[in-house]
Design a protein around this ligand. Structure first.
Ligand code: ASP
Ligand code: MG
Length: 423
C-alpha cells in the first residue's frame, strides 16, 4: 500500500480562541485524517494570549529579559495544542501534542526573533506512523544553546511551513479568519477580491509591504523549500488562495494587489560624512541590533566632500531600538543628527506582470497626484512599487490605486476558472 499523503494544517489565534472554536478545529483536523491524510496540525496561541503575555511581562519589568520572554510567550501555543489534543481524543482519534522543542525545531539563539536552522522531525514521523494526529505548538523552537526560543510575531506560519518541508507534506494549509489573500485589505477596500493564486515572489512582496495573512519568513521558507501554501477560512469551506511557484501559475496579471502599512517609521540621519564606510557603519549597527530596515535612500551631496543625508524606514516597533542603536554612531560622525517621523505609512502595488510592462510607476504617481497625496520616498523592485506617504492618507491611496488598476471583484471575471486550475 502506498503511504498516506501528509498534510500540515495551521490554525491561527482567532480559529482557536474559545472552546467551541478549538472543537471546530479538532473536527476539521479529524475530517482530513478520515479523508486519508496523515495530519500534523500547528496551533497559534488563543485569541489575544500573546499580547496579554507581553503585557504581563511589561507589568513586572520595563525591559524583560529576552530568554525569559520566550519562556513565557511559548506557553500560549502549548495551551492551544494540549486542549485541541483532548478534543481530538474525544472524537475517537489518537492525538499527541508536542512543544516546538519536542517537535525537533532547532533555531539560532536570537530570542524573540529566532530563525529555524533545522527540523529534526523523527518524533513527528514516528507518531504519524503510529497513526496519531500530531499537534505542534507554533511559533517556537529550541536554540542551539538549548533555550526555548520564539520565532517573531506571526511565527506559527513559519513553524507550519518548516514542518511541511520536513515531513514532505503535499500542502501546508493555513486556516485563518479570512477566506484567503485579497487584492487589498477588505476592511479598507470593500470590493477587494479574493485571489485564487499568488506566486511566492508576489506573496513575499505582499508580506513585506504590509499584508498580514502570512508571516514574511514563512513565505521565504516556502519558496526555498517549494512548499505549496493554501490560505483558507477556518469558518467556511471552499478554496482560499494558493501560494505556489511562478512556473505553476497560469498567467501573470499586470497588477495583483495593493498592500499598505501604517506601522512604519522614517529615520533620517543628517550630516553623514561623505566617505566610504559611513553607510556601512549605520546599517551594521542596525543589523547588529536586529532592526529590519526597509526602504533606504541616500543622495550624493551636490558638492563632493560635503555631508550626505541617509533616510530609511523600519517598523514602528523598531523605532526606539533604532534610535538608541544609532546614538553612538551619530556621535562618531560628529555634528550628525537623527530626525524621526513615526507618522508615515506606505502603499505598494505588486504584480509579476509589471516586469515586462513600462508605465506602471508613472501611473501610480499620477493616481496619487490626483488624490493630492505627496510622495515622500519611493522604493521599487522588479515586481513592486512602494510609496511612502503620510499615514493618514493611506486608506485613500489604497482605494484610488485599487480602482485605477481595475482590481475590484467586478472588474475581474475569470476568478472561478483560475480557482479550478489551482486545485
Ligand atoms: N501567537 C504568536 C503571535 O501572536 C504567533 C502566531 O500566532 O503565529 O504572534
Ligand atoms: Mg498570523
Amino acid at each position: 500500500m502506498l503511504p498516506q499523503p501528509t498534510i500540515v494544517m495551521k490554525f491561527g489565534g482567532t480559529s482557536v480562541a474559545d472552546a467551541e472554536r478549538i472543537k471546530r478545529a479538532a473536527r476539521r483536523i479529524v475530517a482530513q485524517r478520515e479523508a486519508g491524510h496523515r495530519v500534523v496540525a500547528v496551533l497559534s496561541a488563543r485569541g489575544h494570549t500573546t499580547d496579554e503575555l507581553i503585557r504581563a511581562a511589561e507589568e513586572v519589568s520595563p525591559h524583560p529579559d529576552p530568554r525569559e520572554m520566550d519562556m513565557l510567550l511559548s506557553t500560549g501555543e502549548r495551551i492551544s495544542c494540549a486542549l485541541c489534543a483532548m478534543a481530538i481524543n474525544d472524537l475517537g482519534h489518537r492525538a499527541i501534542s508536542l512543544t516546538g522543542s519536542q517537535a525537533g525545531i532547532v533555531t539560532d539563539t536570537s530570542h524573540t526573533k529566532a530563525r529555524i536552522l533545522d527540523v529534526r522531525a523523527e518524533r513527528i514521523v514516528e507518531a504519524l506512523e503510529q497513526d496519531k494526529i500530531v499537534l505542534v505548538a507554533g511559533f517556537q523552537g529550541v536554540s542551539t544553546s538549548r533555550d526555548v526560543t520564539t520565532l517573531g510575531r506571526g511565527g506559527s506560519d513559519t513553524t507550519a511551513v518548516a514542518l511541511a518541508a520536513a515531513v514532505g507534506a503535499e500542502v501546508c494549509e493555513i486556516y485563518t479568519d479570512v477566506s484567503g489573500v485579497f487584492s487589498a485589505d477588505p476592511r479598507i477596500v470593500p470590493d477587494a477580491r479574493k485571489l485564487p493564486l499568488v506566486s511566492f515572489e508576489e506573496m513575499l512582496e505582499m508580506a513585506a509591504s504590509g499584508a498580514k495573512v502570512l508571516q514574511l519568513r514563512s513565505v521565504e521558507y516556502a519558496r526555498t523549500h517549494g512548499v505549496r501554501i493554501h490560505c483558507r477560512s477556518s469558518f467556511e469551506d471552499g478554496p482560499g488562495t494558493y501560494v505556489i511557484g511562478e512556473d505553476e501559475t497560469m498567467e501573470h496579471p499586470l497588477i495583483t494587489a495593493v498592500t499598505h502599512s501604517t506601522e512604519e517609521a522614517r529615520i533620517t540621519v543628517v550630516g553623514v560624512p561623505d566617505r566610504p564606510g559611513a553607510a556601512a557603519e549605520i546599517f551594521e549597527a542596525l543589523a547588529e541590533a536586529n532592526v529590519n530596515v526597509d526602504t533606504i535612500v541616500q543622495n550624493e551631496p551636490r558638492t563632493a566632500g560635503l555631508e550626505a543625508e541617509v533616510s530609511f524606514t523600519c517598523g514602528s516597533d523598531d523605532l526606539r531600538t533604532a534610535e538608541t542603536t544609532l546614538a553612538p554612531v551619530i556621535e562618531r560622525f560628529g555634528g550628525a543628527k537623527l530626525e524621526t517621523d513615526p507618522e508615515v505609512g506606505k502603499v505598494s502595488i505588486i504584480g509579476a506582470g509589471m516586469r515586462s510592462h513600462p508605465g506602471v510607476a508613472a501611473k501610480v504617481f499620477r493616481v496619487l497626484a490626483g488624490e493630492e497625496i505627496n510622495i515622500e520616498l519611493i522604493n521599487t523592485s522588479p515586481i513592486k512599487i512602494t510609496c511612502l506617504i503620510r499615514a493618514e492618507s493611506v486608506p485613500r491611496a489604497v482605494n484610488a490605486l485599487h480602482t485605477a488598476f481595475g482590481l475590484s471583484a467586478s472588474d475581474v471575471k475569470r476568478e472561478g476558472a483560475l480557482g479550478e486550475e489551482a486545485r
